[in-house]
Design a protein around this ligand. Structure first.
Ligand code: ZN
Length: 244
């Protein structure tokens, strides 16, 4: 099965449309949470995702927008954008977000937003955090989002104590998942934070067991213009321009 793996869309419709177009035909979409928050088009993003055969789990911004997390735990810009997203969402789309599970296990893959240990909140940025988290899922592979940084961690158990190593993405080149256990992050569709403003995603072939990290440009200025019109925080508008 050819899967489009994406995460952290954050109400950015132009970025999501570019990803769907660039990915071409896929059998299923696997979304790793944070469909809404930050950006200007929460309804359109939820609805475009729902047009596809897909799996989706909840992210911290989805929960914050629903009021399931304390907004005081978010920085002022994120809080303001979440509150605005909440006012925009239709009852039907709020109900859809409300139903999203925290974890999905699909074949050889565990899908979570943050980490298998703490699906909603924990950030896996460092190999040391990844190393601990390998104990918290039973499948060979785990797919995560939340950090907005594409890449993967692989478990090297040739040593007495299993060690996790960080591996940078190889762009547009399928990588064999092979026999090592992996935690893989496709990066963020709607608000990349690795210094590249292009939307980030991955294509997974669950039979051939290959994964390919990909990047696609989208009209950032259009998203920024919509954000300005909605009076969303300027810092959130500007960061899309430099991918941070
Ligand atoms: Zn996010």
């Amino acid at each position: 099965m050819r899967c489009l793996v994406l995460s952290d869309i954050h109400s950015n419709l132009e970025a999501l449309q570019a990803v769907f177009q660039d990915a071409g035909s896929v059998d299923q979409v696997w979304c790793l949470g944070d469909v809404v928050g930050y950006g200007p088009n929460p309804n359109e993003c939820v609805e475009l995702l729902r047009e596809h055969d897909h799996l989706c789990i909840a992210g911290n911004h989805d929960w914050a927008t629903l009021g399931k997390l304390d907004l005081r735990d978010f920085n002022p810009d994120a809080r303001e954008a979440n509150l605005w997203n909440r006012t925009q969402l239709t009852g039907d789309n709020l109900a859809y977000l409300e139903e999203l599970p925290e974890t999905i296990i699909e074949g050889e893959f565990t899908l979570v937003h943050g980490s298998p240990r703490h699906p909603i909140w924990e950030y896996i940025i460092y190999p040391s955090t990844a190393e601990i988290n390998f104990q918290y899922f039973d499948t060979p592979y785990c797919l995560i989002g939340h950090t907005h940084t594409p890449g993967l961690f692989q478990l090297d158990n040739r040593h007495d104590n299993s060690r996790a190593d960080a591996v940078a993405p190889r762009w547009s080149a399928p990588v064999e998942l092979a026999s090592k256990r992996l935690i893989l992050n496709p990066g963020s569709v709607g608000q990349p934070r690795d210094g590249d403003p292009r939307a980030s995603y991955a294509i997974l072939d669950s039979e051939a067991l290959t994964v390919e990290h990909r990047r696609v440009a989208y009209p950032v200025e259009e998203t920024q213009a919509r954000m300005m019109k909605a009076d969303l925080p300027l810092r959130l508008v500007l960061r899309l321009g430099y991918g941070w």
